[in-house]
Design a protein around this ligand. Structure first.
Ligand code: BES
Ligand code: ZN
Length: 621
């Protein structure tokens, strides 16, 4: 009897814990208490100290109480707190706080004792050497090599390492900032500011549109501006400014193309900022100021789909935002669909289709390696660091989902669905179940000769692989490349006979990724000599070529490969190559020592990813 009672008691207790956890927040990657109190505005007053490599200063939080409660809980990671004060009943006074012990993934929650009488909290702090969301670059790692550079990366959960805050996309807030810098440098933020502010060491920013915390961004460097239109231009170091302005000159046309279909651009200004090559991403859609890797400046606009991608996030991501990282596909899948539509509009369907096929192939390859539970659109991320767990699935499977909807309901319907969706959820956040019910009401209810059922939609969300009825990308241009590959297979020593004169980057990438895996020493040498692949300056061609040279141990390319590793820190361009080297016992040591030489130039995020890659000793056993 007592046993039964005990059991009942325990299960009731477990139930209580789980229900309170679920209620506490829809986002498992925050320790903050947004159901009690929401921060509606932050006022930053920070100094960028390049000598100590730290940000220091204060944040003042405006509180919006949701219920009667007695604390404010903030996310933080490697933050040193100086003091905490609160304004309660119109009076500022010290507030008590405790820092919780560290959670490896979520960091250290800060519990501040305040109640509903308090409407402001002010926290003095500085960041540390281990703040993962910051990269402090010495001059040699910049384009101009004369001035240092600092940039932040907050998505997904690294914002808390430089801004103690409620670090969850389940909330949106406005902010303002004063940033102090050395006098010869300029600070930029994802906000409104005076583009012509004098270099007097102090810069002011205001962000009046509410955004999710992961979209707050800062960069400091020798930065100059070139505009294309009233609302759009590019910031870069002077030595690359002109090249960047030329490469991305179609940006304004891209904004207009997106507005024509999906509704007005919601954030006023749209600028790009070109970062040093150690930037760990291709691009980051910081509002009003997209951060861009310099590795997409190819000289021929061949890699500008990255700009259409980041621009598209202004609607899918920045305006309408995934409420938690499991739902990342709502940001990235919708954006990948829009990205391709923008590309089609500006550069034509043949290019857009080539890009579709290339990403489709990459997704199918990825499925081969990925556990089934990571193949649904909704990612099982609880207990996992979202910054280490991203794949092509939310991007490309998400894009295919929208292409499939388009196939079943027609482009006109999908366009008006998305336009209304952006309007309906503007400046709000959304979870997958909310999206699905909106979809049911506003698209699935539409007439179609081949309607989709809710079961079919759920298959996309939770099942591995692709549903049977998925859209199959195809490209005439790439079918021609299949002929070239066939020719090469029959005549591997005369690649000069293949007519490549008018090939675009996409055609070369497809050609290289679809060659047979095993290529002998002579064949690979001729291939390299004919198309000058080892020395290609196009990052996507290098990314397609180096796996071939690594797989076939073509050492003539390794000096260039080492240079690639030393000069580029964008994860997507280096991690797959390091992984290949790590797997091959005869290349592992070379890979590990090349990594050791390059490591200090990488962003902390890139370092933590690649630190896990090499374990050459275990291979010898
Ligand atoms: N928002 C992402 C980058 C991101 C995603 C950062 C998740 C942290 C967590 C950005 O829009 C993106 O997708 N960048 C891609 C480029 C894009 C063209 C696919 C990248 O960096 O490779
Ligand atoms: Zn994206």
């Amino acid at each position: 009897m007592t046993r039964i009672l005990q059991f009942l008691f325990i299960s009731l207790f477990i139930n209580l814990i789980t229900t309170t956890q679920v209620k506490a927040s829809v986002d498992p990657h925050t320790l903050s208490n947004i159901d009690d109190v929401k921060v509606s505005h932050m006022s930053l007053d920070l100094t960028a100290d390049f000598e100590k490599k730290r940000l220091s200063g204060s944040i003042t939080y405006s509180l919006n109480w949701q219920k009667k409660a007695s604390k404010l809980v903030l996310d933080s990671s490697n933050i040193n707190i100086g003091s905490v004060t609160a304004r309660c009943n119109n009076q500022w006074k010290p507030a008590e706080y405790t820092k919780q012990s560290k959670d490896e993934i979520l960091g250290e929650a800060i519990h501040i004792s305040v109640n509903n009488q308090c409407d402001r909290v002010k926290l003095q702090y500085h960041t540390s050497q281990n703040s993962k969301g910051l990269q402090w670059l010495e001059p040699p790692l910049t384009a101009g090599k004369k001035h240092p550079f600092l940039f932040t990366q907050s998505e997904a959960i690294m914002g808390r390492s430089w801004l103690p805050m409620q670090d969850t996309p389940a909330i949106k807030l406005t902010y303002d900032a004063r940033i102090q810098t050395p006098k010869n440098l300029r600070a930029l933020m994802s906000a409104d500011f005076n583009h012509k502010a004098p270099l007097d060491g102090s810069f002011s920013f205001t962000m009046n549109e509410p955004v999710a915390p992961y979209l707050i961004a800062l960069a400091v460097g020798d930065l100059h501006y070139q505009g294309w239109s009233k609302r759009s231009g590019v910031w870069a170091e002077p030595v690359i400014l002109e090249a960047a302005a030329k490469e991305f000159e179609d940006t304004e046309a891209m904004i207009v193309a997106t507005e024509n279909v999906f509704g007005p651009y919601p954030f006023g200004q749209y600028d790009l900022l070109i970062l040093p090559p150690s930037f760990p991403f291709g691009g980051m859609e910081n509002p009003k100021l997209t951060f861009v890797t310099p590795t997409v400046i190819a000289g021929d606009k061949s890699l500008v789909s990255l700009i259409s991608h980041e621009l598209a996030h202004s609607w899918s991501g920045n305006l309408v935002t995934n409420a938690r990282w499991q739902d990342l596909w709502l940001n990235e899948g919708t954006t990948s669909y829009l990205e391709n539509r923008i590309l089609e509009d500006i550069y034509g369907a043949p290019l857009a289709k080539m890009e579709q096929v290339i990403s489709y192939q990459a997704l199918l390859e990825e499925f081969k390696e990925l556990e089934p539970e990571h193949q649904g659109l909704v990612l099982p991320l609880t207990g996992i660091d979202p910054d280490e767990a991203f794949t092509d699935v939310p991007y490309t499977k998400g894009q295919l989902f929208f292409l499939t909807l388009e196939q079943h309901y027609g482009r006109k319907n999908i366009d008006s669905f998305l336009k209304n969706y952006f309007k309906h959820y503007a400046f709000k956040t959304i979870t997958t179940p909310e999206f699905v019910s909106y979809l049911q009401e506003n698209l699935l209810a539409k007439k179609s000769s081949t309607p989709l059922t809710i079961e079919q939609i759920n298959e996309w969300l939770t099942k591995p692989g692709l549903p049977e009825t998925h859209y199959h990308p195809s490209s005439e241009k790439l079918s021609n490349i299949d002929h070239a590959i066939k020719f090469w297979k029959a005549n591997p020593l005369i690649p000069e006979k293949i007519q490549t004169k008018n090939w675009t980057t996409q055609e070369f990438v497809y050609f290289l990724t679809n060659l047979p895996k095993d290529i002998n020493a002579e064949q690979i040498k001729v291939l390299d000599k004919t198309f000058k692949l080892t020395n290609s300056k196009n990052a996507e061609i290098s990314l397609a070529w180096f796996p071939i040279t690594i797989h076939n141990d073509y050492r003539a390319s390794f000096a260039a490969l080492a240079e690639h590793f030393k000069t580029i820190g964008r994860r997507r361009l280096i991690v797959p190559l390091y992984k290949m080297l790590a797997k091959n016992p005869s290349q592992c040591e070379w890979g590990a020592s090349t990594y050791q030489q390059a490591r200090s130039s990488y962003h902390p995020l890139t370092q933590s990813t690649i630190d896990k890659v090499f374990d050459c000793k275990s291979q010898e056993l």
